[in-house]
Design a protein. Structure first.
Length: 307
């Protein structure tokens, strides 16, 4: 069913009906409208004294309409616009939507001074394109290159499988504020068949990245790889590490013993609690693609990629 707004004649009928003491349902039947439409109209557009007056109600509707500039906000990113063309150009030069958004925010070109859009707007515009070569090309330019964007769900529940976990909610507030260096977020990038892995560590204040070579994705390899990587840093830069509940951290207490780093664990299925690391992993995949054997990379080669 299509919906049409109440006209001024219908608002006048509502005012008269209220003065006559008719019920909401009776008014709705007379106007052939839904009772909820009548109820919402009276509630939203009554005068400050609580009474419903047709002229005041109609003016309220016009004021809201003027503020919104139409029923829906205008789309910020339309195919064929100069802003869309600029984003196409950046995507083709291997910039991610996050990087593009940051560059647009600092844009100083007079004709594109208001070019900024957030990364979600860019993703939405790409996936809203009609099926064809342009959509296929731009999706291929994205780091992940997936044909659709899907929420994370259906993972195996890994809660209570890591002993002596300390929750992220017990983490010192200074970590969230990023005021002092020495606080890290970590993860594991896995290779073909989960047979090889590379550890990723990003320092929250500076954004400094470490890629740690590992023999495989086991807890023992995680202890060896992360301990060696963190111990390359001065003691003052080894304060905390925030990680997800991956099984490779089952021996996290040994990492703490080896490095002095306090380890905090995110809630299950909450990647946003390690946002810096999640973002950097997407960039790293440009150099360490999924489905490849990561064991072929030496630590020296990983250090060059991190730089």
């Amino acid at each position: 069913m299509s919906y049409s707004e109440l006209c001024i004649e219908e608002r006048a009928a509502i005012q008269v009906s209220l003065e006559q003491g008719l019920s909401i349902r009776r008014m709705a039947a007379l106007l052939e409208r839904s009772p909820s439409t009548i109820s919402r109209e009276i509630r939203r557009n009554r005068s400050p004294d609580g009474r419903y007056r047709v002229l005041h109600a109609h003016q309220c509707r016009r004021d809201r309409r003027d503020r919104r500039v139409g029923c829906r906000p205008r789309r910020k990113l339309l195919q064929g616009s100069p802003r869309f063309a600029l984003i196409q150009y950046m995507l083709r030069h291997r910039l991610s939507p996050e990087q593009i958004s940051g560059k647009l925010k600092r844009m100083t070109i007079p004709d594109l001074r208001d070019a900024y859009v957030c990364r979600e707007t860019i993703y939405s515009a790409i996936y809203a394109l009609p099926v064809g070569e342009l959509r296929k090309e731009l999706i291929h330019c994205l780091r992940q290159g997936k044909s659709t964007r899907k929420p994370r769900r259906g993972q195996v529940d890994r809660r209570n499988q890591i002993p002596d976990m300390v929750s992220i909610h017990l983490r010192p507030p200074e970590v969230e504020k990023r005021e002092f260096p020495g606080h890290w977020e970590g993860d594991l990038i896995k290779g073909k068949g989960n047979a090889s892995a590379v550890g990723t560590l990003v320092e929250l204040k500076s954004g400094y990245l470490i890629l740690a070579k590992m023999n495989d994705a086991t807890a023992t390899s995680a202890v060896e790889g992360f301990s060696a990587a963190l111990n390359r840093m001065p003691l003052a830069a080894r304060k905390s590490l925030t990680y997800d509940q991956g099984r490779e951290m089952a021996k996290h207490t040994r990492i703490t013993q080896n490095t002095g780093v306090a380890i905090y664990f995110c809630d299950p299925h909450s990647p946003w609690q390690r946002g810096a690391n999640e973002n950097i992993n997407g960039l790293i995949r440009q150099y360490l693609p999924k489905g490849t054997d990561l064991s072929v990379y030496s630590q020296k080669e990983l250090d060059e990629i991190a730089l």
